[in-house]
Design a binder for this molecule. Structure first.
Ligand code: AMP
Length: 106
């Protein structure tokens, strides 16, 4: 089981921003911007490569609710998902990084 499944199961704590029956958004433990939030499906898919398109469609909608709640939907943000070895993906449970709250310089 990945650490993110354990967060989704509430076995380990996280600073949760928004949650519904299928997805959860929580603060990254090592933020790389003023706002750095991770969005995951509660069900584990290893990466974007395994994510069914219908889950991606629902996740897009959830992410927009998250950026609105964070107040960055108008100011802008960066959304990133790392995939596999060359993408430097550490946690093998798909997650989108949402970075914002400031003008990104990287
Ligand atoms: P990636 O390289 O895309 O797999 O990124 C994994 C991200 O998960 C990193 O930005 C970590 O800081 C973050 N992370 C790891 N463990 C936790 C945790 N327990 N709670 C919140 N974020 C975490």
């Amino acid at each position: 089981m990945t650490i993110f499944e354990r967060i989704a199961n509430k076995e380990i704590p996280a600073d949760i921003i928004l949650e519904d029956s299928d997805f959860i958004a929580f603060k990254d433990i090592a933020p790389k911007a003023k706002i750095h939030v991770l969005v995951i499906p509660k069900k584990c898919y290893e990466s974007f490569e395994e994510l069914p398109p219908e889950v991606m469609a629902k996740m897009s909608n959830f992410i927009k609710q998250v950026t609105k709640k964070l107040g960055i939907n108008k100011s802008g943000y960066r959304m990133v998902t790392n995939v596999g070895e060359d993408g430097n993906q550490e946690v093998k449970h798909i997650h989108f990084h949402i970075l914002g709250g400031e003008k990104l310089s990287f």
